[in-house]
Design a protein around this ligand. Structure first.
Ligand code: OAD
Length: 233
């Protein structure tokens, strides 16, 4: 079975009602990264950081996967599909995708501030001051903040290098190291890019761009791949 590796960003969840970061009306227009998404922010004003992620988590319980997430599940009928997502929502899992690697953490999880290995699934949407890990430290959102290491980048790079087909959906490719994954793919394999604002990717051969939303572009691409214009063997 051919291996399809899919890199997703906030754009794939936009049609589920989750705001992206850098579009107009994006989250980073209303909140400063340095106020809510760095370790320094957490040390300076944990209430603000907790509230920011609590609001995101609360919303996640109110939204559903859209046609883009669902189409990627269909792809598993014919391909070995691996999703690498920058998203902290769990809409790929809710849709039913089998292999999802989260590069930037997961909203529904929290972790210890003294031991990174102590990761828990939060019961409900609200993480509060005074919620402690088993070693007695305050729990923090299980999110990779700006300036922090990205522990899952190496498996993501390995997967990208193994891809027979690589698909990029709904990301501005502004944030590294995630944005560099496309340069790990083998030269000449088919690369597809689905994003209404898609630009050409310099240095990527064999690129096909769908300049449209995930909700229409992903089902279209999946239909094309499953119906065999791309050899699945
Ligand atoms: P961005 O907000 O930077 O980019 C969103 C992309 O989605 C843009 O290229 C849009 O054109 C596209 N888009 C918008 N609506 C779409 C739709 N309906 N269908 C398809 N595409 C659509 O989000 P990311 O690239 O995911 O990290 O941002 C990367 C990281 O920056 C995030 O993981 C987050 C953020 O800061 C952290 O918080 C650590």
């Amino acid at each position: 079975m051919k291996k399809i590796v899919v890199l997703t960003g906030a754009g794939i969840s936009a049609e589920s009602g989750i705001r992206t970061f850098r579009d107009s009306n994006g989250l980073w227009e209303e909140h400063r990264i340095e106020d809510v998404a760095t370790f320094e922010a957490w040390q300076r004003n944990p209430d603000l950081v907790l509230d920011f992620y609590n609001q995101r988590r609360k919303q996640l319980y109110e939204v559903k996967p859209n046609a883009g997430h669902l189409a990627l599940v269909e792809l598993e009928k014919k391909f070995d599909v691996h999703i690498i997502t920058q998203n902290v929502d769990d809409l790929h899992e809710q849709a039913g995708s089998s292999n999802v690697l989260h590069l930037h953490g997961e909203l529904k999880k929290v972790r210890s501030t003294v031991d990174d290995r102590l990761v828990y699934t939060l019961d409900g949407w609200e993480l509060k001051k005074g919620d402690l890990c088993e070693k007695g430290s305050q729990l923090r959102p299980h999110i990779v903040w700006f300036g922090e290491a990205v522990p899952m980048i190496e498996p993501a790079q390995r997967l990208s290098a193994q891809a027979d087909i690589f698909v990029v959906i709904g990301t501005s490719l502004n944030v590294y190291p995630a944005a560099g994954l496309v340069y790990y793919v083998k030269k000449g394999i088919p690369v597809y890019l689905i994003d209404p604002q898609a630009e050409m990717l310099s240095g990527v051969q064999n690129l096909t761009v769908f300049r449209e939303s995930a909700g229409t572009g992903v089902p279209k691409l999946v239909k094309q791949l499953v119906s065999g214009s791309e050899d699945a063997k």
